[in-house]
Design a protein around this ligand. Structure first.
Ligand code: B16
Ligand code: MG
Length: 219
């Protein structure tokens, strides 16, 4: 059995920083959007997020301009990321990773973010991961399964042998499309396509995962 973790929303709550930076961009362009709309950006690549936001504001722009705004947004986002430390690791995550490592369970990261390595270094979790597949390495983002399929391959496992942990409906879709077992992290209302949903990793141990894995595979 292997475990593949999404980053934003599963290991750390960077969604709030993405929201601040995208909101700043929208405001500069003369419009605004709210947290409900922000939910739709979870797990979505930077480029697709920008296009969605521009649609909401009824703004169109040339490709070159979009590239400039993406750099600006990322600079604003990184100003916030650079202040992060291990205190921002979501509850229960580090102890779970330690237990998995101890049990020699292969661990992968499967994130849409192009900033994943920087974030993992910033919060001190890089060494837990046997493979890191992120937005820099895939051609097709979530809901395409490429991110997780690449991760499973690099862990030396078949999709059915891996559990994917995801907070975004598009991420859960990607996992299911690849033949993975998906545990949604968040609310069942949003993550109804997952095999199982947990609110977070507090009181969540290696044994919990093993029991769920057995139940999901009916072993
Ligand atoms: P970046 P995940 C995703 O990360 C975020 O959920 C999404 O909001 C963001 O737009 C995307 O990464 C790209 O991030 O701008 O840092 O490359 O949830 O797949 O870990
Ligand atoms: Mg996420």
């Amino acid at each position: 059995m292997g475990c593949i973790f999404d980053l934003d929303g599963v290991i750390v709550d960077t969604a709030k920083y993405h929201f601040q930076a995208w909101k700043r961009l929208a405001n500069e362009l003369g419009f605004d959007f709210d947290e409900t709309q922000n939910e739709q950006l979870k797990g979505v690549s930077r480029y697709d997020s920008l296009n969605l936001i521009l649609d909401w504001g009824g703004v169109s722009m040339e490709e070159a301009k979009k590239q400039e705004w993406m750099i600006t947004k990322n600079d604003w986002y990184l100003e916030l990321v650079n202040k992060m430390n291990a205190d921002e690791i979501l509850p229960g995550v580090q102890s779970l990773l330690s237990e998995l490592k101890e049990a020699e369970v292969p661990i992968g990261l499967g994130s849409a973010s192009k900033n994943s390595t920087r974030i993992l270094n910033q919060i001190g979790l890089t060494s837990y991961f046997d493979t890191i597949v992120d937005g820099n390495r895939v051609k097709k983002g979530k809901p395409d399964p490429e991110t997780f399929l690449t991760g499973a391959k690099e862990l030396g496992l078949k999709p059915v042998q891996c559990i994917v942990f995801e907070d975004a409906p598009k991420g859960v879709k990607a996992a299911k499309a690849g033949g993975f077992k998906a545990i949604g992290v968040g609310s069942a209302e949003h993550l109804y396509e997952a095999d199982y949903v947990v609110p977070g990793f507090e009181n969540f141990s290696y044994t919990t995962i093993l029991n769920l894995y057995r139940r999901m595979n009916e072993i």
